[in-house]
Design a protein. Structure first.
Length: 295
Protein backbone atom coordinates (compact mmCIF):
# COMPACT_ATOMS: atom_id res chain seq x y z
CA UNK A 1 0.00 0.00 0.00
CA UNK A 2 0.96 3.68 0.17
CA UNK A 3 2.38 6.03 2.80
CA UNK A 4 1.45 9.62 1.94
CA UNK A 5 3.43 12.37 3.63
CA UNK A 6 3.19 16.14 3.70
CA UNK A 7 3.50 19.31 5.74
CA UNK A 8 0.66 21.75 6.25
CA UNK A 9 -0.12 25.42 6.68
CA UNK A 10 -2.05 26.56 9.74
CA UNK A 11 -5.63 25.30 9.56
CA UNK A 12 -7.25 28.70 9.10
CA UNK A 13 -9.70 30.05 6.51
CA UNK A 14 -9.64 28.37 3.11
CA UNK A 15 -6.49 26.44 4.05
CA UNK A 16 -8.50 24.70 6.78
CA UNK A 17 -11.10 23.47 4.29
CA UNK A 18 -8.62 22.61 1.53
CA UNK A 19 -6.28 20.62 3.78
CA UNK A 20 -9.12 18.79 5.52
CA UNK A 21 -10.52 17.75 2.11
CA UNK A 22 -7.11 16.69 0.83
CA UNK A 23 -6.06 14.57 3.79
CA UNK A 24 -9.46 12.86 4.03
CA UNK A 25 -9.32 12.04 0.32
CA UNK A 26 -5.92 10.34 0.72
CA UNK A 27 -7.24 8.16 3.51
CA UNK A 28 -10.23 7.22 1.35
CA UNK A 29 -8.17 6.61 -1.76
CA UNK A 30 -7.04 3.08 -0.91
CA UNK A 31 -7.54 0.59 1.92
CA UNK A 32 -4.79 0.83 4.51
CA UNK A 33 -3.53 4.24 3.39
CA UNK A 34 -1.21 5.92 5.85
CA UNK A 35 -0.65 9.68 6.19
CA UNK A 36 2.36 11.28 7.92
CA UNK A 37 2.04 15.01 8.62
CA UNK A 38 5.26 16.82 9.49
CA UNK A 39 5.49 20.08 11.43
CA UNK A 40 3.51 21.94 14.04
CA UNK A 41 0.80 23.82 12.16
CA UNK A 42 -2.07 25.26 14.17
CA UNK A 43 -5.07 22.94 14.07
CA UNK A 44 -3.19 19.67 13.58
CA UNK A 45 -4.42 18.45 16.95
CA UNK A 46 -7.72 17.49 15.30
CA UNK A 47 -5.92 14.47 13.80
CA UNK A 48 -4.35 13.32 17.07
CA UNK A 49 -5.00 9.61 17.57
CA UNK A 50 -6.93 9.18 14.33
CA UNK A 51 -6.47 5.86 12.55
CA UNK A 52 -4.09 6.03 9.62
CA UNK A 53 -2.57 9.41 10.57
CA UNK A 54 0.85 9.94 12.13
CA UNK A 55 1.76 13.40 13.42
CA UNK A 56 5.48 14.13 13.54
CA UNK A 57 6.21 17.68 14.74
CA UNK A 58 10.00 17.51 14.53
CA UNK A 59 11.30 18.53 11.13
CA UNK A 60 14.36 20.44 9.94
CA UNK A 61 13.63 23.89 8.53
CA UNK A 62 15.34 26.90 6.99
CA UNK A 63 16.13 29.92 9.13
CA UNK A 64 12.78 31.33 8.02
CA UNK A 65 10.98 28.20 9.26
CA UNK A 66 10.31 26.55 5.88
CA UNK A 67 10.34 22.72 6.14
CA UNK A 68 13.12 20.85 4.38
CA UNK A 69 12.33 18.23 1.76
CA UNK A 70 15.39 16.08 2.45
CA UNK A 71 14.42 15.59 6.08
CA UNK A 72 10.81 14.73 5.27
CA UNK A 73 11.78 12.19 2.61
CA UNK A 74 14.24 10.40 4.91
CA UNK A 75 11.88 10.36 7.88
CA UNK A 76 8.88 9.22 5.83
CA UNK A 77 10.89 6.24 4.59
CA UNK A 78 11.93 5.48 8.16
CA UNK A 79 8.52 5.88 9.85
CA UNK A 80 6.28 4.68 7.04
CA UNK A 81 4.78 1.20 7.08
CA UNK A 82 4.30 0.69 3.35
CA UNK A 83 6.57 -0.12 0.41
CA UNK A 84 5.50 2.95 -1.57
CA UNK A 85 5.95 6.51 -0.31
CA UNK A 86 4.34 9.59 -1.81
CA UNK A 87 5.03 13.20 -0.92
CA UNK A 88 2.01 15.33 -1.80
CA UNK A 89 1.10 18.95 -1.28
CA UNK A 90 -1.56 19.37 1.38
CA UNK A 91 -4.15 21.03 -0.87
CA UNK A 92 -4.33 18.19 -3.44
CA UNK A 93 -7.42 15.96 -3.58
CA UNK A 94 -6.94 12.40 -4.84
CA UNK A 95 -9.47 9.93 -6.17
CA UNK A 96 -9.12 6.15 -6.21
CA UNK A 97 -7.61 6.28 -9.72
CA UNK A 98 -4.40 7.69 -8.26
CA UNK A 99 -3.32 4.82 -5.96
CA UNK A 100 -4.63 2.30 -8.47
CA UNK A 101 -2.18 3.64 -11.05
CA UNK A 102 0.66 3.95 -8.53
CA UNK A 103 0.25 0.35 -7.42
CA UNK A 104 0.12 -0.84 -11.03
CA UNK A 105 3.36 1.02 -11.86
CA UNK A 106 5.03 -0.40 -8.76
CA UNK A 107 4.01 -3.90 -9.78
CA UNK A 108 5.56 -3.39 -13.21
CA UNK A 109 8.70 -1.54 -12.11
CA UNK A 110 9.50 -2.34 -8.45
CA UNK A 111 12.59 -0.11 -8.15
CA UNK A 112 14.25 3.09 -9.36
CA UNK A 113 11.19 5.10 -10.32
CA UNK A 114 9.72 8.50 -9.55
CA UNK A 115 6.07 9.20 -10.38
CA UNK A 116 5.03 12.81 -11.00
CA UNK A 117 2.30 14.63 -12.90
CA UNK A 118 0.16 17.66 -13.70
CA UNK A 119 -2.74 18.93 -11.66
CA UNK A 120 -6.14 20.44 -12.45
CA UNK A 121 -6.99 23.70 -10.66
CA UNK A 122 -10.54 24.32 -9.40
CA UNK A 123 -12.38 26.85 -7.27
CA UNK A 124 -13.58 24.82 -4.30
CA UNK A 125 -14.31 26.14 -0.83
CA UNK A 126 -16.53 23.69 1.04
CA UNK A 127 -15.97 20.47 2.95
CA UNK A 128 -16.54 17.22 1.09
CA UNK A 129 -19.04 14.73 2.46
CA UNK A 130 -17.07 11.53 2.02
CA UNK A 131 -20.16 9.44 2.77
CA UNK A 132 -21.66 10.47 -0.59
CA UNK A 133 -20.54 9.73 -4.17
CA UNK A 134 -18.05 12.58 -3.95
CA UNK A 135 -15.64 11.38 -6.63
CA UNK A 136 -18.19 11.54 -9.44
CA UNK A 137 -19.39 15.05 -8.56
CA UNK A 138 -15.82 16.30 -8.18
CA UNK A 139 -14.74 14.88 -11.54
CA UNK A 140 -17.76 16.56 -13.15
CA UNK A 141 -16.71 19.87 -11.60
CA UNK A 142 -13.20 19.45 -13.03
CA UNK A 143 -14.65 18.71 -16.48
CA UNK A 144 -16.91 21.76 -16.34
CA UNK A 145 -14.64 24.38 -14.81
CA UNK A 146 -11.21 22.87 -14.09
CA UNK A 147 -8.07 24.37 -15.57
CA UNK A 148 -5.13 22.13 -16.44
CA UNK A 149 -2.05 23.64 -14.83
CA UNK A 150 1.02 24.22 -16.96
CA UNK A 151 3.50 21.28 -16.96
CA UNK A 152 6.07 23.35 -15.08
CA UNK A 153 6.31 21.06 -12.06
CA UNK A 154 4.59 18.46 -9.92
CA UNK A 155 2.58 18.50 -6.68
CA UNK A 156 3.30 14.85 -5.85
CA UNK A 157 6.25 12.46 -5.93
CA UNK A 158 5.73 8.72 -5.50
CA UNK A 159 8.67 6.34 -5.17
CA UNK A 160 9.68 2.98 -3.63
CA UNK A 161 10.56 3.18 0.04
CA UNK A 162 14.31 3.24 0.63
CA UNK A 163 15.16 4.83 -2.71
CA UNK A 164 16.59 8.02 -1.18
CA UNK A 165 19.56 7.71 1.15
CA UNK A 166 21.12 10.34 3.48
CA UNK A 167 22.92 12.91 1.38
CA UNK A 168 21.03 12.16 -1.84
CA UNK A 169 18.63 15.12 -1.56
CA UNK A 170 20.09 18.57 -0.81
CA UNK A 171 18.38 20.87 1.76
CA UNK A 172 15.52 21.78 -0.57
CA UNK A 173 12.70 23.91 0.82
CA UNK A 174 9.07 22.93 0.38
CA UNK A 175 6.65 25.36 -1.22
CA UNK A 176 9.43 27.35 -2.85
CA UNK A 177 10.21 27.32 -6.55
CA UNK A 178 12.61 24.82 -8.01
CA UNK A 179 12.57 21.86 -5.64
CA UNK A 180 10.18 19.91 -7.87
CA UNK A 181 12.42 20.62 -10.86
CA UNK A 182 15.40 19.29 -8.92
CA UNK A 183 13.57 16.05 -8.11
CA UNK A 184 12.91 15.42 -11.80
CA UNK A 185 16.48 16.38 -12.72
CA UNK A 186 17.96 14.06 -10.09
CA UNK A 187 15.68 11.19 -11.11
CA UNK A 188 16.81 11.48 -14.71
CA UNK A 189 20.45 11.86 -13.70
CA UNK A 190 20.21 8.67 -11.61
CA UNK A 191 18.59 6.83 -14.55
CA UNK A 192 15.31 6.30 -12.73
CA UNK A 193 12.13 5.79 -14.68
CA UNK A 194 10.66 9.27 -14.20
CA UNK A 195 7.01 8.65 -15.01
CA UNK A 196 4.42 11.27 -15.94
CA UNK A 197 1.00 10.20 -14.64
CA UNK A 198 -0.81 13.10 -16.34
CA UNK A 199 -2.36 11.12 -19.25
CA UNK A 200 -4.14 8.77 -16.84
CA UNK A 201 -5.05 10.45 -13.55
CA UNK A 202 -6.83 13.66 -12.54
CA UNK A 203 -5.08 15.27 -9.58
CA UNK A 204 -7.17 18.10 -8.14
CA UNK A 205 -5.73 21.30 -6.70
CA UNK A 206 -7.97 23.62 -4.69
CA UNK A 207 -7.21 27.26 -5.52
CA UNK A 208 -5.88 29.42 -2.69
CA UNK A 209 -4.10 32.66 -1.94
CA UNK A 210 -0.60 33.10 -0.50
CA UNK A 211 -1.46 34.93 2.72
CA UNK A 212 0.32 32.18 4.70
CA UNK A 213 3.68 33.43 3.42
CA UNK A 214 5.73 35.82 5.51
CA UNK A 215 6.42 37.84 2.34
CA UNK A 216 4.22 38.47 -0.68
CA UNK A 217 4.65 35.98 -3.53
CA UNK A 218 7.90 36.65 -5.35
CA UNK A 219 9.19 35.38 -8.67
CA UNK A 220 11.85 32.65 -8.71
CA UNK A 221 14.51 35.26 -9.41
CA UNK A 222 13.47 37.40 -6.42
CA UNK A 223 12.68 34.71 -3.87
CA UNK A 224 15.80 33.94 -1.82
CA UNK A 225 14.54 30.50 -0.75
CA UNK A 226 13.67 29.58 -4.35
CA UNK A 227 17.20 30.55 -5.31
CA UNK A 228 18.52 28.16 -2.66
CA UNK A 229 16.57 25.37 -4.35
CA UNK A 230 17.57 26.31 -7.88
CA UNK A 231 21.29 26.45 -7.11
CA UNK A 232 21.33 22.64 -7.03
CA UNK A 233 20.41 22.40 -10.73
CA UNK A 234 23.32 22.87 -13.18
CA UNK A 235 23.89 26.41 -14.41
CA UNK A 236 22.06 27.03 -17.67
CA UNK A 237 19.51 24.27 -17.01
CA UNK A 238 17.70 25.97 -14.14
CA UNK A 239 14.16 25.87 -15.52
CA UNK A 240 14.18 23.04 -18.05
CA UNK A 241 13.37 19.99 -15.88
CA UNK A 242 9.62 20.32 -16.14
CA UNK A 243 7.27 17.39 -16.80
CA UNK A 244 8.56 17.38 -20.38
CA UNK A 245 11.75 15.85 -18.97
CA UNK A 246 10.00 12.64 -17.85
CA UNK A 247 11.34 9.70 -19.85
CA UNK A 248 8.13 7.67 -19.44
CA UNK A 249 4.42 8.27 -19.16
CA UNK A 250 1.64 5.99 -17.95
CA UNK A 251 -1.23 5.47 -20.39
CA UNK A 252 -3.79 2.68 -20.78
CA UNK A 253 -2.22 0.86 -17.82
CA UNK A 254 1.11 0.69 -19.63
CA UNK A 255 4.47 2.41 -19.25
CA UNK A 256 5.38 4.07 -22.53
CA UNK A 257 8.49 6.02 -23.52
CA UNK A 258 8.00 9.77 -23.48
CA UNK A 259 9.89 12.00 -25.91
CA UNK A 260 9.34 15.40 -24.25
CA UNK A 261 5.68 15.18 -25.23
CA UNK A 262 6.65 15.25 -28.90
CA UNK A 263 9.03 18.21 -28.69
CA UNK A 264 12.18 17.02 -30.48
CA UNK A 265 14.28 20.04 -29.47
CA UNK A 266 13.49 19.56 -25.78
CA UNK A 267 14.01 15.81 -26.00
CA UNK A 268 17.48 16.24 -27.49
CA UNK A 269 18.33 18.89 -24.91
CA UNK A 270 17.51 16.53 -22.05
CA UNK A 271 19.26 13.51 -23.48
CA UNK A 272 22.43 15.38 -24.36
CA UNK A 273 22.62 17.46 -21.18
CA UNK A 274 22.13 14.43 -18.97
CA UNK A 275 25.02 12.70 -20.75
CA UNK A 276 27.21 15.77 -21.14
CA UNK A 277 30.10 14.19 -19.20
CA UNK A 278 30.49 11.33 -21.65
CA UNK A 279 33.04 12.00 -24.40
CA UNK A 280 30.92 10.85 -27.34
CA UNK A 281 27.96 12.93 -26.18
CA UNK A 282 30.12 16.03 -25.85
CA UNK A 283 30.83 15.78 -29.56
CA UNK A 284 27.17 15.15 -30.43
CA UNK A 285 26.09 18.03 -28.20
CA UNK A 286 28.52 20.42 -29.90
CA UNK A 287 27.26 19.30 -33.31
CA UNK A 288 23.62 19.78 -32.24
CA UNK A 289 24.45 23.31 -31.14
CA UNK A 290 26.11 24.06 -34.48
CA UNK A 291 23.01 23.05 -36.43
CA UNK A 292 20.73 24.83 -33.90
CA UNK A 293 18.88 21.74 -32.69
CA UNK A 294 19.58 22.77 -29.09
CA UNK A 295 20.69 25.97 -27.42
Amino acid sequence: MITYFTTTKDFKGLADTAQENAIRSWLCSVDGAEVIIFGESLGLDRFQGQEGIILHPEIKTSQEGTPRIDDMFLKAQSFGSHSICCFINADIILTKDFPRSILSINEKTRAKYLIVGQRDDIQFNHLIDFELDWELSLKQLVEESGRRHLPTGSDFFAFPRGQYKPGDIPPLLVGRGGWDLWMIYYGRKQQFKVIDLSPTVTVIHQDHDYTHRKEIFLSYLQDAEAQKNLQHIPSGETFIYTLHACNYHFRNNELQRNYARGNLRKFLTYELNLRRDRFVFKKIRNLAKKIHLIK
